[in-house]
Design a protein around this ligand. Structure first.
Ligand code: COA
Length: 259
């Protein structure tokens, strides 16, 4: 598919989605949101794709936020509709993707850019990356899930401080806060993420989907454990679970088929 604001490539079953407006620091305008929605649909439906990476074009920015130039004539209803559309068509869809989607954060991840990274299953960052939720500088608040996903990751007090001050933090700080799994030199970022994804792609795909579902349904009550118990049971309906056990006992590598 041809996109105006994205570059996509498929290599070794890894689909790389690059937001490509470097002159505007890859800010999320209406077209980017619509095209990201279509690209994430592609991750769901294209059987050649086993996992995906979201990154930004250029060396400066992952995504520097929602496109502020589109905020000028927005009223209350339009603001609510903008946020709701983003949640439904992009951010929730990334979070609930049955295939892993990893953020390769290569520079500024601010506002909607930070929220985009947070919606991915995990984040690997380059050493020049900066994270922040600067919406309060514009008289608004995060609208693509930042108050919720950031709080879940870093805890209430750190989320309160980050969102109320609008301050930027370094990749190292973000790693210390638990937002980022690993920080690497910028020129190694995509290779590092691809290395991790190739490990994940060697596992049983349906088991990976169930891991995503269970972790996304994290709930420190019986409801969370019950969900895991159900998903664990479902694994034994799959051919791959039988293959995994047989291969172990036969001391060979499993051949998973995704069934
Ligand atoms: N929306 C629209 N345009 C944006 C943008 C955004 N979120 N972020 C950057 N841009 C544009 C700038 O307007 C500039 O365009 P121009 O060259 O046509 O003037 C271009 O991208 C380069 O940005 P610039 O500000 O010149 O780069 P910088 O290195 O001086 O500063 C930032 C980088 C990230 C600190 C700064 O761009 C910034 O604060 N961006 C907004 C971040 C933000 O508030 N995001 C949340 C939005 S809800």
């Amino acid at each position: 598919m041809n996109y105006q604001t994205l570059q996509t490539s498929l290599e070794n079953n890894i689909y790389t989605i690059t937001i490509n407006r470097p002159e505007k620091l890859n800010a999320l305008n209406k077209t980017v949101i619509e095209e990201l929605s279509a690209a994430v649909d592609e991750v769901y439906t294209n059987t050649e794709i086993k996992s995906a990476i979201i990154t930004g074009a250029g060396e400066k920015a992952f995504v520097a936020g929602a496109d502020i130039s589109e905020f000028l004539h927005i009223d209350k209803n339009a603001g609510e509709a903008l946020a709701a559309k983003g949640h439904k068509t992009v951010f929730d869809k990334i979070e609930n993707s049955p295939k892993p989607i990893v953020a390769a954060v290569n520079g500024f991840a601010l506002g909607g850019g930070c929220e985009l990274a947070l919606a991915c299953h995990f984040i690997i960052a380059s050493d020049n990356a900066k994270f922040g939720q600067p919406e309060v500088n514009l008289g608004i608040i995060p609208g693509y899930g930042g108050t919720q996903r950031l709080t879940q990751l870093v805890g209430k007090n750190r989320a309160m401080q980050l969102i109320m001050t609008g301050e930027m933090i370094t990749a190292k700080d973000a790693q210390q806060y638990g937002m980022v799994n690993k920080v690497v030199p910028q020129n190694e970022l995509l290779d590092e993420v691809k290395k991790i994804l190739s490990v994940i792609q060697s596992k049983a795909p349906l088991a990976i989907t169930k891991v995503i579902e269970c972790i996304n349904n994290f709930d420190h009550t019986q409801q969370g454990y019950d969900f895991e118990i159900k998903k664990f049971g479902e694994c034994f309906e799959t051919e791959d679970a039988k293959e995994g056990a047989v291969a172990f006992l036969e001391k060979r590598k499993p051949n998973f088929v995704g069934k």
